[in-house]
Design a protein around this ligand. Structure first.
Ligand code: P6P
Length: 350
């Protein structure tokens, strides 16, 4: 008997009932997303048994090589989401422009922004990868969704979450009423509640950053990482480095165990700092979840959820995790005067 019969569908329905004006649209939207995730999970779990490895030979707008499984995930989500009548427009890492809802289908009141398969460069290595999603309520009155509906601050999200395709397949999501995790029970094909009211520890003992980028770090980041490598008075040990290179996996560990994840801007070219992680469908949803779990998320000198998107594929620096760890990083910024604004690199990667 599964640990809990509280499926994600039941939970979403109960969440939706909290909001008087709820119409069931968000329930339907999230339900459709879980169906897409089950299909993607099945493909990912077949790994080398299915003809899904390798590249398509194309690069996406942010410069990443498009893997075959990226394309499968993109197509799966599009087909699951285009007809439900919950959305007026979609934005995907794999598409340079807005993705309109086909004319033959009704338009809904929500906007879906997503990374269909984040970390896909790790697919052949059997490393956990994921799908990240962000949901906004449209601003425009009706008809096709607009660019204005999509270029939003993370603080305006109505829901955000990720699917993690790992040793088990999970969905972790929030609608602003706390963070909840559900694990796919392959026996019944349902996501069942396994992590209720998820919160991240106030302080952790892990830091997660690509040390290979150290040359491009600003002074505060350099000094902060050096500090983490010294003995923590509280534990008598330094922090441990954990870096998978798959955002959903690195985030999920940080959420559960605490500590800090950093993808700071690269200042190798001081006149042209560059960032890697995408604001609308990676940084904003993950920051919403982390704040809802009692953690913190900053981008440059701003709260990450306050950063206003200028283009669909903006990239920004992100530091998130346990509140005390992020606050310590901010003290290093104040002391070593980073003053780095959110280094937004709009459009395609340079
Ligand atoms: P790097 C994967 O390509 C990704 O977009 C995120 O999942 C991950 O956090 C980051 O890039 C890893 O980047 O430069 O450390 O390989």
């Amino acid at each position: 008997m599964p640990k809990s019969m509280r499926t994600v569908q039941r939970h979403i329905l109960e969440e939706e009932r909290i909001h008087e004006q709820a119409t069931g649209d968000l329930t339907g939207l999230l339900w459709d997303l879980t169906i897409a995730a089950k299909v993607i999970s099945q493909q990912v779990n077949r790994g080398g048994l299915a003809d899904i490895f390798g590249d398509t030979g194309e690069a996406n707008v942010t410069g990443d090589l498009v893997r075959r499984l990226d394309r499968i995930a993109q197509d799966t989500i599009y087909r699951a989401m285009d007809h439900g009548g919950h959305l007026c427009v979609m934005v995907s890492e794999e598409s340079p422009d807005l993705i309109p809802i086909p004319k033959k289908y009704p338009k809904g009141k929500y906007v879906l922004l997503y990374d269909p398969l984040d970390g896909s460069s790790n697919i052949e290595a059997n490393v956990s990868i994921g799908t990240i999603f962000s949901v906004h309520r449209r601003i425009s009155a009706s008809g096709d969704g607009t660019l204005e509906d999509c270029l939003r601050k993370g603080s305006e999200q109505v829901a955000a979450g990720y699917f993690l395709y790992g040793s088990s397949t999970m969905i972790v999501y929030t609608t602003g009423q706390g963070v909840f995790g559900f694990t796919l029970d392959p026996g019944i094909g349902e996501f069942v509640l396994t992590h209720e009211w998820m919160t991240t520890p106030a302080k952790g003992k892990y830091y997660s950053i690509n040390e290979g980028n150290a040359e491009g770090w600003d002074e505060p980041t350099r000094k902060y990482v050096e500090y983490l490598k010294q003995k923590d008075p509280a534990t008598g040990r330094p922090y441990s480095l954990r870096y998978i290179g798959s955002l959903v996996a690195d985030f999920h560990r940080t959420l559960l165990y605490g500590g800090i994840f950093l993808y700071p801007a690269d200042f190798s070219n001081p006149q042209k700092p560059k960032s890697k992680l995408r604001l609308l469908y990676e940084v904003a949803p993950m920051s919403f979840i982390m704040e809802q779990a009692g953690g913190a998320a900053i981008s440059g000198t701003q709260r990450a959820l306050d950063v206003q998107a200028a283009t669909l594929h903006d990239k920004v620096p992100i530091i998130l995790g346990s509140k005390q760890d992020v606050e310590t990083y901010q003290k290093f910024c104040a002391q070593y005067g980073s003053g780095a604004k959110s280094a937004v690199l709009t459009g395609a990667s340079k």
